[in-house]
Design a protein around this ligand. Sequence first.
Ligand code: 5GP
Length: 202
Amino acid sequence: MKEYKEERELTKSNILGNILFPSSEIQKRISELGKQITNDYKGKDVLMVSVLRGGVIFLSDLVKNIDLLLSIDFMSISTYGINGDSSGVVRITKDLDESIEGKDVIIVEDIIDTGLTISYLLRNLKSRYPNSISICTLLDRDIRRISAVDIRYVGFKIGEKYIVGYGLDYKQKFRNLESIYELNIDTVKKDIESLKNNSNFK
Ligand code: 5GP
């Protein structure tokens, strides 16, 4: 019975609030980022690394806007919270398939929030002797930053509000929306803090 109730509540009209970034704006910004990366990485051996699962939608649109001979690879990680706080304790649940030694790596993220996850990834990947590593994130929420990170490519800066769509989920749903939405706060208020610190919302 409880499961049925949850399913019923997970409708677009219950969960989604205002559109923050419409699809057209996202695609326009991705095309600009693609041009920038194309110019910056001419002649380099580029490997784009995407962090599952949220970053995949962004990666797939971004690479189509980059005019270089590049490779892609994927990692999957879980993060753990302590007493409801993001702890930065990260475990790799799926590692890259290829070596990154000598490569020019671009980590592609959906959103960088506290920065704890990306800081761990950077430390981990730097120890594998790449030629260079930079970060490209669609969304940058720097007001919650705990671990300072140098982000080379940012799509949009955002504020406090928890968002969904275009790779970002609410209870593993809504990743397939073309636009990015705020959550309908009345429906999901009680869930938000726990979601932010739950490893399952990757
Ligand atoms: P952090 O930078 O705090 O270590 O973690 C970033 C991760 O937190 C993102 O990859 C994403 O999975 C999740 N995240 C942070 N903010 C949001 C948000 O507003 N919406 C959703 N759906 N996920 C978020």
